[in-house]
Design a protein around this ligand. Structure first.
Ligand SMILES: Cc1cc2nc3c(=O)[nH]c(=O)nc-3n(C[C@H](O)[C@H](O)[C@H](O)COP(=O)(O)OP(=O)(O)OC[C@H]3O[C@@H](n4cnc5c(N)ncnc54)[C@H](O)[C@@H]3O)c2cc1C
Length: 414
């Protein structure tokens, strides 16, 4: 690499900012340009549905780096600028203000955006989505005013927003088609624990039903469900999942599937272009398939991994998926990835919200989630990564330590 090169990063959020940082850490002394559509310098989103939206955390806590970091590291930040076109053969990206940026290597870290509800009344005032700090500021101000909220969607965002709104003392109803919250990832048994947590905190869970329309005169006043209910409300929050922002990659003719398709080195179908974070459908060496992970830890680690490979590192990204969630006083961490499993084994007491759940296929652990139990992620990840054959009785027995089931000497720490 010569110092004349330009490494361009589109998407100034967690994956993009950590990639820029890593380029400098690794000694790259060419030009680093970080382009972001939002007006804010890179920040982290997890607090937006938790303490930040409740007004318990200051904005300063969100930022990935201090204000002077980019200047100090000679990283050119272009904020409030959207990359609108890309020509991979010319190695050029066009911004919305007409500037064209030539690159030697490009990282697409464009993330994901909320799916919109296309139903009658969907564009009424008082219908909130949550992705950006600007969205969170609007919702935070709405929570301050109290009242009755209907949350559409019982996934992570819906569940966390419902918890935050209850913690602020609002009346909250959650509407979703699933039988239990978080069913897609956790399944019925563990999702049932979360249904009970919300019910215990006074959230009305209207599951197994969909939203048909929002009604109101300019502002949403009620939600009509497919099972014929009319839910009066002051506002609505929609959290029905996200979709990867692939538009630029599509324009450049890169391979697209679930996200921008990359190999295990996070390289797209164009060798000069990489992708990381929520937008990347990455071939995972451990799973032998492509997975797209929409979680904080993945953006945190893939950004740097992509940066090293942009510099010629050639190393596969093989971290196990990991994420966390906080709802009320209940914190959890989830490791692994399971589309299908044949049973769930519990260690500890779900009713006390202190337990570990393991998702198994045969005698192998596919995923594990610790709730109110800490410092167990390493052994849980070793069980998964080392494909340790486990016995349900020992796995559920709190007197058999996880270290005993998954000793460190079995393999490298994860
Ligand atoms: C409210 C909320 C709570 C969350 N809580 C958790 C949690 O508890 N645990 C967890 O593990 N994960 C959580 N997540 C998920 C986590 O925040 C994401 O996985 C992470 O933000 C992904 O980072 P990213 O850098 O890949 O993409 P993003 O954060 O989506 O950032 C992409 C950036 O690229 C910019 N961009 C897109 N296109 C262009 C373009 N053409 N030109 C210029 N800029 C562009 C966007 O404006 C955006 O700033 C949460 C997410 C949200 C929204």
């Amino acid at each position: 690499m010569t110092d004349k090169q330009t490494f361009l990063i589109v998407g100034a959020s967690l994956a993009g900012a950590k990639a820029a940082e890593t380029l400098r850490e690794e000694g790259f002394d060419g030009r680093v340009v970080l382009v972001g559509a939002e007006g804010e310098r890179p920040y982290e989103r997890p607090p937006l549905s938790k303490d930040y939206v409740r007004g318990e955390a200051e904005r300063e806590r969100l930022y990935v780096h201090g204000e002077s970091f980019y200047r100090d590291h000679d990283i050119e930040l272009r904020l409030g600028r959207t990359a609108v076109d890309m020509d991979a053969s010319l190695r050029e990206v066009a911004l919305d203000d007409g500037e064209r940026l030539r690159y030697d290597r490009l990282l697409l870290a464009t993330g994901a955006e909320p799916r919109r509800l296309a139903i009658p009344g969907g564009d009424l005032d008082g219908v909130y989505y949550l992705r950006s700090v600007e969205d969170a500021d609007g919702l935070r101000e709405r929570l301050d005013r109290g009242g009755t909220a209907v949350v559409i969607g019982a996934g992570w965002i819906g569940a966390e927003v419902a918890a935050s709104a209850r913690q602020r003392g609002l009346e909250v109803t959650v509407v979703g088609p699933e039988a239990v919250p978080l069913e897609r990832v956790l399944g019925r048994e563990v999702g049932g624990v979360y249904r009970d947590i919300h019910s215990d905190h006074g959230v009305r869970m209207l599951l197994g039903t969909r939203v048909e329309a929002f009604e109101g005169d300019g502002v949403v006043e009620r939600v009509r469900t497919t099972d014929g209910r009319h839910l009066e409300c002051d506002f609505v929050v929609v959290g029905i999942g996200v979709q990867p922002r692939t538009q630029l990659a599509v324009r450049a003719g890169l391979s697209i599937g679930d996200g921008i398709l990359v190999d295990d080195r996070l390289q797209t179908s164009d060798p000069g272009v990489f992708a990381a974070g929520d937008v990347a459908g990455a071939k995972h060496p451990f799973y032998g398939e492509r997975i797209r992970v929409e979680h904080w830890a993945n953006a945190l680690r893939q950004g740097p991994a992509a940066a090293r490979n942009m510099l010629g590192g050639g190393k596969a990204y093989d971290s196990l998926p990991y994420f966390f969630s906080d709802q009320y006083e209940v914190g959890m961490e989830y490791s692994g990835f399971a589309r299908r499993w044949d049973r769930v084994v519990f260690r500890g007491d779900p009713a006390r919200r202190e337990f570990i759940a393991f998702w198994l296929a045969g005698d192998r652990v596919l995923a594990g989630m610790n709730v109110g139990v800490w410092d167990v992620v390493d052994p849980i990840q070793r069980l998964i990564r080392e494909r340790v054959a486990v016995d349900d009785r020992r796995l559920s027995d709190p007197d058999v330590s996880l270290e005993e089931l998954a000793p460190v000497e079995r393999g490298t720490a994860v």
